[in-house]
Design a protein around this ligand. Structure first.
Ligand code: MTE
Ligand code: MO
Length: 365
């Protein structure tokens, strides 16, 4: 495996941070997050299996829908574009392991900074409409979604995730064929990517090839073994007493980050700065963002930009002047519409669902 550091340029992509090469894992540089929409060429990349899809023939590709349905379907890209109403939404796609590098003590897994996420406009077909055409049989409970990527060794389970039938047909879950107005880049799951707004990206199956309706609870490696988390409030546990019961990791945890400053450059004492960043959760609404310049002793309200979509991230800004020279401990925290706020401490064995407060140290000269 090549050194898992440094910047690389992959097909259809700008310069991004390389975590692994096979499978490709690329992180978005933080400055890209100064825009509301993450351009496709800088959208993060995360695959699990070495044999990713490198070529698809648009004319012969078919999305298959089978299992407990009245009429199994084989839909071409043209069918998807013409036989169903199109729907679109801006939604945040965030890896469960985003910000994992900040967990203390360190945990195994890809050491992502804050760049394993992106906000895009997804356009496609509602799963609800596709399943209505297929005719779901009585007694259906789950729907599974399988990617076309494969492991190199026989027996490595393909990447398949499942949703309950109610969730899959809620009218919000989409099969996207466009991302920010163009076909989805190969490295982000061309030709089709499942969009599960408000849920972690592990459910956003890319290179989607097969949908199956099940009358029994779907059980597969990627549901039963991977992407599980302690069943505790705040998704936290202690390194010295791991929680026994784990459940699949689903909804996006309330979090907020700084995009600027980064702490890398010194600031000037007495000069006014606009602190800015992003906040997000599962789409249930965020009521306020606050910033602290004294490590969390006192907090001031930041201004949030208007919402651009229920499932989009939201930008915040706050003007601040470092009064004197010295070092400052900046922190940001969000509060959701139910009054829950972010904790100072959180840890879990896989470094999933970061929600603990971000602090950055800046120097004023
Ligand atoms: N087919 C397939 N879909 C997949 C994955 C995968 O390995 N194979 N990884 C999932 C995970 S964990 C993440 S974080 C997102 C990453 O999407 P991106 O590569 O477009 O950023 O894809 C999801 N969908
Ligand atoms: Mo992920």
């Amino acid at each position: 495996m090549p050194a898992a550091t440094g910047m690389v340029k992959y097909p259809e992509k700008g310069e991004m941070r390389l975590l692994t090469d096979r499978p490709p894992q690329l992180e978005t540089p933080l400055e890209v997050f100064k825009k509301d929409i993450t351009p496709n060429e800088f959208f993060f990349v995360r695959w699990h299996l070495a044999e990713i899809v490198r070529r698809i023939d648009e004319d012969t590709f078919r999305l298959r829908i089978g299992g407990a349905v009245a009429h199994p379907l084989e839909l071409s890209m043209n069918d998807l574009r013409t036989k169903f109403p199109a729907d679109s939404m801006v939604a945040l796609c965030i890896c469960s392991g985003n910000s994992r590098a900040s967990f203390d003590p360190k945990v195994p897994g890809s050491q992502w900074g804050n760049g394993a996420m992106g906000n895009a406009k997804w356009k496609g077909v509602r799963v609800k409409d596709i399943l209505a055409m297929a005719g779901v049989q009585k007694g259906a409970v789950d729907v599974s979604f399988a990617g076309m990527d494969k492991g190199t060794l026989p027996g490595v389970p393909g990447f398949t995730k499942s949703l309950s039938i109610d969730h899959a047909t809620d009218g919000e879950v989409l099969i996207a064929y466009e991302m920010n107005g163009t076909p989805i880049p190969m490295l982000n799951g061309y030709p089709l990517k499942l969009v599960v707004p408000g849920w972690y990206a592990s459910y956003w199956v890319g290179a989607l090839g097969n949908i199956e309706v099940h009358k029994e609870k779907y059980k597969g490696f990627w549901m039963e073994k991977a992407y599980r988390i302690a069943n505790t409030p705040g998704r936290t546990e202690r390194p010295d007493s791991l929680v026994k019961e784990t459940i699949p990791l689903t909804t996006v945890q309330l979090h907020s980050i700084f995009v600027s400053p980064t702490g890398a450059e010194p600031l000037k004492a007495g000069q006014k700065y606009t602190l800015e960043g992003l906040t997000f959760n599962d789409g249930s609404g965020i009521s306020r963002v606050e910033v602290s310049a004294d490590g969390g002793k006192t907090w001031a309200a930041a201004t949030m930009d208007p919402e651009i979509g229920k499932y989009s991230w939201r930008r915040w800004k706050h003007e601040w002047t470092p009064a004197t020279t010295g070092s400052y401990d900046l922190a940001v925290r969000a509060t959701d519409s139910k009054g829950n706020t972010q904790p100072e401490k959180q840890w879990n064995r896989s470094g999933y669902a970061r929600g603990f407060i971000e602090h950055i140290k800046v120097q004023a000269q």
